[in-house]
Design a protein around this ligand. Structure first.
Ligand SMILES: [Zn+2]
Length: 99
C-alpha cells in the first residue's frame, strides 16, 4: 500500500509518440489534453490517469511551467510531481541541443 496516488489533480508529462520510437514496454498512446498530440502513457501512469490526472505533452507542459513561473507560482504548480519540473527542463534542454 505504498505509493498511493494523491487525490488532488496531478499533471503527467508524456513524451510525444513522434519523438520516441521505443517507449517503455506496455506504453499506450494517449492524447495531450491541450493540443491533442499523441503521447506515450507508461503502464506506471495508468492508475493516475484513471484517478483523474491530466496528460500534457512536453511542449504544452513547458508552456504551462513558463507561464506559472511568470506568475511567481511554485514549480509544483498544477500537480506536477516533485522533481518532474526539473526533469522536464533537462529533457527540453537535451531536445533543443541534440548531440
Ligand atoms: Zn500538448
Amino acid at each position: 500500500m505504498s505509493n498511493i496516488p494523491p487525490r488532488e489533480p496531478v499533471t503527467l508529462v508524456c513524451h510525444p509518440v513522434r519523438s520516441m520510437a521505443h517507449p517503455v514496454a506496455g506504453s499506450v498512446p494517449i492524447r495531450c489534453k491541450q493540443c491533442e498530440t499523441p503521447v506515450w502513457l507508461s503502464p506506471t501512469s495508468f492508475d493516475r490517469v484513471r484517478l483523474g490526472a491530466s496528460v500534457l505533452c512536453l511542449a504544452c507542459a513547458h508552456r504551462e511551467i513558463v507561464a506559472a513561473e511568470a506568475r511567481g507560482e511554485p514549480p509544483e504548480w498544477g500537480g506536477f510531481l516533485p522533481g518532474q519540473v526539473e526533469e522536464l527542463k533537462r529533457e527540453l534542454r537535451d531536445e533543443q541541443n541534440p548531440t
